[in-house]
Design a binder for this molecule. Sequence first.
Ligand code: NAP
Length: 319
Amino acid sequence: MWVYLLTAALLLAIGWFIRDREKIGDVKDKYVFITGCDTGFGNLLAKRLDWQGFHVLAGCLTQKGVDTLQRSGSSKLKAVLLDVTDSSSIQKAADWVQAEVGEKGLWGLVNNAGRSIPIGPTEWMRMEDYFKVLNVNLIGLMEVTLTFLPLVKKARGRVVNVASILGRLSFAGGGYCLSKCGVESFSDSLRRDVHYFGVRVCIIEPGFFKTAVTNLEDIENDLQCRWARLSPEVRESYGEKYLEKYVKVQKFTMNAICDGDLSKVTDCMEHALTASYPRTRYAAGWDAKLFWIPLSYMPTVLSDFMLALLLPKPSQSVR
Ligand SMILES: NC(=O)c1ccc[n+]([C@@H]2O[C@H](COP(=O)([O-])OP(=O)(O)OC[C@H]3O[C@@H](n4cnc5c(N)ncnc54)[C@H](OP(=O)(O)O)[C@@H]3O)[C@@H](O)[C@H]2O)c1
C-alpha cells in the first residue's frame, strides 16, 4: 500500500517538474511592459528580457532612468517616463505601449514599481505616511493593471505582480505590509476573473534583497524624522533608547538576511513570462522559502512570539 502511494507521489512530482520546465515558443514577437525600471529588480529584468529577444517596454520614474536604460540595451528595449501615482502619466504610457504593440497586444505586464518608507511603529504614523506608500504599491498597481488589461487580454498574456513575503506577515507598521497584502488580494481576484480569457496572473513574493527599498540609510533617516515629530508623552512611553534599538533591529535584519543576488527574483519573473504553465505564486530567496512563508502558516500566537523576539519593547510596556 505505502509503496503504491510513494510511487504515485514520485510520479506526480516528476510530472510537475517536467511540466514546470515547459517553455512557450519564440519570444521575439512578444512585448513586455515593466514598471519601476530605474533600479533594482525592474532594471535587471528589462535587461535580461532584452537579451532573450523580447520587445521590452520599460517604465521609469526619472528621465535619467529612461536614458540610462535605453543606452544599456538593444534597439528592442525602449523606455518611457511613468509615475504610477499619476493617472495622466499612466494613460500616456498606455497610449505609447498601444502604438508600439499594435494588433499583437501586450504579452506581459510586470507591476514592479514600489517604495517602502515610511515604515516604523504604527503609532508613529500619520495618514499621509500611509498614502505615500499605498498610492505607489497598491493604488498605482491597480490603476496600471486596469488601464493595460485590454492590451494583455488581446495577447492572452500575463500579469506579474510584485508583492512581498511582508504581504503575508506584517513585520513592521506603515503602509508597506498593508500595500503588499492588498497586492496579494487584488491579484487573487484578478486571476479568478480573467482566466476565462486566457490571461494568467502571477504573484512574486521576494524575501529581503539589497536594493533601494531596503536601503538602511534611508530607513534610518526616515525613522529619525518620525521620532522627532512625536509628542513628548508618546516618546516617553517608548523610552529614549527605543529608536536606537529599533534601528539596530533594522540593521541586523538587513545585514543578516538581505540577499545581493537579484537574479533570484528576476528568475521567478522570467518563469512567469516564459513558462507554458506559470505558477500562481513564486517565493524568491531562501529567507522567504525557509523562514517567512513557513512562519506565515504558523498559529498567530507563534508568529507574534517570533516577531516579538526580533523587535524591541517600549520602556513603559505592561507585558
Ligand atoms: N528589495 C526587497 O527586499 C524587496 C522585497 C520584496 C518586494 N520588493 C518589491 O520589489 C519591487 C521592486 O523594488 P526593488 O527592491 O527593486 O527596489 P528599487 O530599486 O527601489 O525599485 C523600485 C522602483 O520603483 C520606482 N518607483 C518608485 N515610485 C514610483 C512611482 N511613483 N512610479 C513609478 N515608479 C516608481 C523606483 O524609482 P526610483 O529609483 O527613481 O525611486 C525604482 O526604480 C517593489 O515593488 C518592492 O516593494 C522588494
